[in-house]
Design a protein around this ligand. Structure first.
Ligand SMILES: CC(C)(COP(=O)(O)OP(=O)(O)OC[C@H]1O[C@@H](n2cnc3c(N)ncnc32)[C@H](O)[C@@H]1OP(=O)(O)O)[C@@H](O)C(=O)NCCC(=O)NCCS
Length: 155
C-alpha cells in the first residue's frame, strides 16, 4: 500500500521524537553530525521555532511522526535539512518530503550541505533537482577527523 506522506507545523509533542531520532548512532554516522544532549537539543529547537525567518515542518507518514524537515538561513544562504527516524529510511519518504517543502518554499537558490559519504541524502537532493557546486572541509567529526562536505544548490 502507498504510504501517505505529509508535512505539518511542528508541535511541542514532536520534539521528544526528534530528540530520539538524532540519538541513533547510525544516523549520527550517516550525517556526521553529533547528537545533542536533551537540554541542548530542546534549547536548540526552542530557538529555531522562535525564529520567524525559518521554516520547520514535521514529516508525518501514515499519521505517525517520521521526522522533520527545515529551511533556514545560514551565512546569507538559505539551507534545507532533514532527519528521519531509522524505521522510515529507504522508502522514499525524504524525497517526497523535500519535494513537498520545495513546493511550499519559493525562495531560490536553496543550498544543502551533505557529508561526502551520505549517499542517501545526496540522492534525495539530486532527485529534487539540486546539483553539487562545490566541496568544503567542514567541522571535525567526533573523532576529530575533518569532515568533507558537498555543497548542493537548487537554482
Ligand atoms: C538521509 C535520509 C534523510 C534519507 O532518507 P530516505 O527517506 O531513506 O531517502 P529516500 O528513501 O527518499 O531515498 C533517496 C535515494 O537514496 C537512496 N538511499 C536511501 N538510503 C540509502 C543508503 N543507506 N545508501 C545508499 N543509498 C540510499 C535511495 O535508494 C534513493 O535513491 P534511488 O531513488 O536512486 O534508489 C535518512 O537516511 C536520514 O534521515 N538519515 C539520518 C539523518 C541525515 O543523514 N540527514 C541528512 C543530513 S544532510
Amino acid at each position: 500500500m502507498t504510504k501517505r506522506i505529509r508535512l505539518r507545523d511542528v508541535v511541542e509533542d514532536d520534539l521528544p521524537i526528534f530528540y530520539a531520532h538524532q540519538l541513533d548512532p547510525d544516523a549520527v554516522q550517516m550525517a556526521a553530525f553529533p547528537s545533542r544532549p536533551r537540554d541542548a537539543f530542546m534549547a536548540h529547537w526552542a530557538r529555531i521555532l522562535a525564529n520567524a525567518d525559518s521554516i520547520e515542518q514535521t514529516i508525518v507518514v501514515d499519521g505517525q511522526v517520521a521526522g522533520n524537515i527545515v529551511c533556514y538561513e545560514q551565512d546569507g544562504e538559505r539551507e534545507v535539512g532533514y532527519w528521519l527516524g531509522k524505521e522510515y529510511w529507504g522508502q522514499g519518504v525524504a524525497t517526497e518530503a523535500l519535494a513537498q517543502l520545495l513546493a511550499q518554499v519559493q525562495t531560490r537558490p536553496l543550498y544543502a550541505h551533505v557529508v561526502q559519504h551520505n549517499i542517501a541524502s545526496r540522492r534525495v537532493l539530486e532527485k529534487c533537482g539540486f546539483r553539487v557546486v562545490r566541496e568544503e572541509t567542514g567541522l571535525p567529526d567526533s573523532s576529530g577527523a575533518p569532515v568533507e562536505e558537498l555543497i548542493l544548490i537548487l537554482s
